[in-house]
Design a protein around this ligand. Sequence first.
Ligand code: GRF
Length: 223
Amino acid sequence: MSLALGVLVSGSGSNLQAILDRVREGSLDADIRVVIANRADALGLERAREAGIPTACVLHADFPRREDFDRELVRLLRQAGVEWVALAGFMRILTPEFLTPFAGRVVNIHPALLPACAGLHAQRQQAEHGVRLAGCTVHFVDEQMDHGPIVIQAAVPAFADDDEASLGARILDMEHRIYPQALQWIAEGRVRVNGRQVVVNGVARTFTGPHWTNPPLEPPFDR
Ligand code: GRF
């Protein structure tokens, strides 16, 4: 059954684009019901419109409290028939007002190998720290920032002459692979959360492709 998905964005929406592209080519079995941004200038809204997906813009500044903003998001998502929510560069912390109605059905992508480098500017944190392996993580969302159970991580090399931009681009390329893959596993009903562990049924335990991810990417996400 197709995943009834809502996507929340704040910025460029390149991860949204990767998801849209995989849906269009038929490798991600998701029905994107709505894309919501908290900024009117989010390029992600444009990408969604281009793909014929309904959009909404909810400005957090219009709401006196975080909970009120979250309640409006929930209303719009429910109205659109959304069952799962993917945060794709959505720069707001969600409260229980949002997370309770969508308990266990909200995922996020973070541009670092969590729990390292949580929070803002993760690419810069990694470049400045001189890590040799950087990466990205798809995880379930809980009430703590960049904290919930981990579905998949990808590692990329970091070099001494990397800066935030060059390392960020290498990470982003892997974000665009692992996020649609994680969502497809969810769509296939293969993902189960057990405390902090996420079990993805039927995945391999060894790397076969050129990408360092765990679990390994499956075709066509490995290309
Ligand atoms: C990505 O690096 C994502 O990991 C982080 O915010 C950035 C969003 O990029 N959460 P985009 O809007 O998907 O291009």
